[in-house]
Design a protein around this ligand. Structure first.
Ligand code: FE
Length: 208
């Protein structure tokens, strides 16, 4: 039985227009995200089969393939919920306070996350994460779905910088796509993830 399943989009394909077209959202969710889900399940099967053969268990490469597909599944699952037809504006409450504390201002934070996203070489993501050991908010720049990641950090807001996320609409102008994404950010979802990350950091014993 499949371990991972494709979650439904929490809104219609066209709900994020004009920031993102329905065509992009349908392909992105139904084809790309679905492929990562299938890839993660298939790789788990291959690892299990390798363990059933006689002799040493050879899974070289399979762990990397699993990390790629599983991370792709997790990041897209977060990405859909990070966005909303009613998104935009700015966060408030404790998340807003933490952004000001760790980045100086909302403007400085937005500039850094935009820069991290637009500056990805090739395919990757710009990420606002919670680093549990220090309790800081951090900006990360992921390569593919799983490279350049600090261990333990928890993604709160993720911007997909793969060409499949924007090319049909924005062509080669990734900065325009990123600037429009801000108009769809679901800050209530990001704030919920921030509170959950703080709680799980204590549970994981990473916090001194
Ligand atoms: Fe994507």
């Amino acid at each position: 039985m499949a371990v991972y399943t494709l979650p439904d989009l929490p809104y219609d394909y066209s709900a994020l227009e004009p920031a993102l077209t329905g065509q992009i959202m349908e392909l992105h969710h139904d084809k790309h995200h679905a492929a990562y889900v299938k890839g993660a399940n298939d790789t788990l099967d291959q690892i299990a089969e390798a363990g059933e053969t006689a002799g040493p268990v050879v899974t070289v490469g399979l762990e990397k393939t699993l990390a790629f597909n599983l991370s792709g599944h997790i990041l897209h699952s977060i990405f859909w919920k990070n966005l909303s037809p009613d998104g935009g504006d700015r966060p408030d409450g404790e998340l807003a306070d933490a952004i000001t504390e760790h980045f100086g201002s909302f403007e400085a934070f937005a500039k850094r996350l935009s820069s991290a996203t637009t500056g990805v070489q090739g395919s990757g993501w710009g990420v606002l994460g919670f680093e549990p050991v220090s309790g800081r908010l951090i900006i990360e720049q992921l390569y593919d779905h799983h490279g350049n990641v600090g261990q333990g950090s928890i993604p709160l807001l993720v911007f997909d910088a793969w060409e499949h996320a924007y090319y049909l609409q924005y062509h080669n102008v990734r900065p325009d796509y990123v600037s429009r994404l801000w108009s769809r950010v679901n800050w209530a979802d990001v704030a919920t993830r921030y509170q959950a990350a703080r709680t799980s950091a204590q549970a994981s014993l990473l916090v001194p």
